[in-house]
Design a binder for this molecule. Structure first.
Ligand code: DCS
Length: 488
């Protein structure tokens, strides 16, 4: 009995240590400080040199004003309240193809309700729809049995880490900078993060030589490297991988026996004409590789893109190349959750993968909404990139995709010393001064990882377009004053 108690105490302490060590910068110290300031502004208007807090820290499109796509919401509403389908007024309020789609979807949901548990891995008919959407995106077949519907991308990442990591001797190759879900999840599951650095000087390039160097180094330390994480388009870096580069990555994983974990949540956020999103699945198939040639997990979410439905929690993972035992393990974990994903999220991901097509009643208005959002995001990204590059001592790569800029700060020595004096990293110090002076919330680069001795901040491109000029003015005035104060 005593032994069992000690065993549980040990594992609880281990878990506590893992939780304590896990850091999540996008909701970290700066955000808590911003919330305090917001509270002070509410209680005492005029108590700060700004009258609102501008949250540039999270990629949360609709909370920053992005409108939901009408077609998606129409279908969701009709599925949530099927009696609407039988009312005559519905035909005046909703588009014909939204009504037809809602009927089709309800037909495949057991009990025709969004209020029930679904099959563990997702509603079969919706997994079929997602697989059909993947096939039409890639031009290669997709098997619905490989598709698992999830509550956004986050649980998919956790489940894969849970399956891959057996001890701290299991390593996962992760980009630096990276979205901190990966470091947090590896940490929580007790594995080792094996970093590979993206090259800022080539627009955050992903070099195979760097992957090989870090892999060999980890192996020489006795780490079994099990997977390579690639975020494409990148967060926080915004780079979109070129096809040739993706082919090299596929070959690298195949030759080294690594699982390729492709985070493709920003697949609909590409802003430059010379780059296009290509899924790793498509790249591998176009190289002639079949299922068994590559262990691939591709992840997508309804949270990003032109849809930005973070609150609905929908997504999928497509798992190819693994034996049936691995899928059984995924099912086991899923069963513990009853069903992996809420039904509205499942419907939404089926819609995102099968939006209205040319000729459908909604197509024109759907496409106008989609293009309106994407072209505005592209203009915002460019305006902010130019603004950062115009600041003394700041350099900023282009956001080719995703929702962020990650400018580098070349700070004067005096600012670095002032940061040290208050026991803060220089980028944290800069972010905090920016917040105190302007109400603008950004995330210090250290939250994502960066080459030691370099300093960055991450800011989203999501605030509404009409706010951008005012934000840039505040940023410029702050930066000038900051540099004036700390110039060597
Ligand atoms: N993968 C990447 C690369 C992400 O940027 C995010 C969220 C996720 C996965 C998880 O998304 P969901 O669980 O919502 O599907 N991005 C966060 C960010 O950087 N800002 O806001 C959220």
């Amino acid at each position: 009995m005593l032994f069992i108690c000690l065993f549980y105490v040990f594992y609880f302490l281990l878990f506590l240590l893992q939780v304590l060590g896990c850091d999540y910068a996008i909701r970290g110290e700066i955000v808590s400080h911003a919330q305090r300031l917001q509270h002070e502004l509410q209680n005492k208007p005029g108590s700060h040199p700004f009258n609102e807090i501008l949250y540039f820290n999270v990629g949360n499109p609709q909370s920053l004003g992005q409108k939901a796509i009408t077609f998606f919401r129409e279908v969701l509403v009709l599925c949530d309240h099927p009696p609407l389908l039988d009312k005559s007024e519905t035909h005046a309020l909703f588009s014909g193809d939204a009504i037809a789609r809602a009927r089709l979807i309800l037909d495949v949901i057991p009990g025709r309700t969004t209020g029930g548990y679904s099959d563990t891995l997702g509603v079969k008919g919706l997994r079929d729809a997602v697989a059909a959407g993947i096939a039409s995106r890639d031009g290669f077949p997709a098997n619905p049995d490989d598709v698992f519907l999830t509550d956004g991308a986050t649980p998919a990442v956790h489940i894969i880490m849970q399956l891959l990591i057996r001890s701290e001797k299991d390593g996962i190759l992760c980009p630096i900078p990276q979205y901190p879900l990966y470091s947090a999840s590896i940490f929580l599951h007790g594995g080792s993060l094996v970093p590979y650095y993206l090259d800022e000087s080539t627009g955050w390039g992903l070099e195979i030589a760097e992957l090989k160097k870090q892999l060999d180094d980890a192996r020489s330390k006795g780490i079994t490297v099990r997977a390579l994480v690639v975020i494409n388009p990148g967060n926080p870096t915004g780079q979109v991988l070129a096809k040739e580069n993706q082919k090299q990555i596929v070959d690298f994983c195949k030759n080294e026996g690594l699982v390729l974990l492709a985070d493709e949540v920003y697949q609909d956020n590409v802003y430059v004409d010379d780059k296009k999103f290509n899924s790793f699945k498509k790249i591998a198939r176009s190289m002639g590789y079949e299922d068994e040639d590559l262990l691939l997990v591709s992840i997508h979410s309804v949270s990003k893109g032109y849809y930005g439905e973070c609150g609905k929690r929908g997504g999928y993972m497509e798992v190819t190349g693994f034996g049936k035992e691995v899928k059984e393990q995924i099912c086991k974990v899923a069963i513990v959750n009853l069903c992996f994903s809420n039904i509205s999220g499942q419907i939404l991901v089926s819609l995102v993968m099968n939006p209205p097509k040319v000729g459908d009643e909604s197509y024109e208005s759907f496409n106008a909404e989609k293009q309106g959002i994407l072209s505005s995001l592209a203009r915002r990204a460019k305006a902010l990139e130019d603004a950062f590059n115009g600041l003394e001592g700041v350099t900023c790569n282009k956001a080719e995709g995703a929702m962020y800029l990650f400018p580098r700060l070349h700070l004067p020595q005096k600012a670095i010393e002032a940061a040290k004096a208050v026991d803060a990293a220089p980028d944290m110090f800069y972010a905090r001064c920016l917040l105190d002076a302007t109400g603008i919330v950004v995330v210090p680069g250290s939250g994502f990882g960066q080459v030691p001795g370099t300093w960055h901040i991450r800011c989203t491109i999501l605030p509404q377009e009409e706010k951008i000029p005012g934000i840039i003015c505040r940023l410029q005035a702050f930066h000038e004053a900051f540099m004036q104060q700390f110039r060597d």
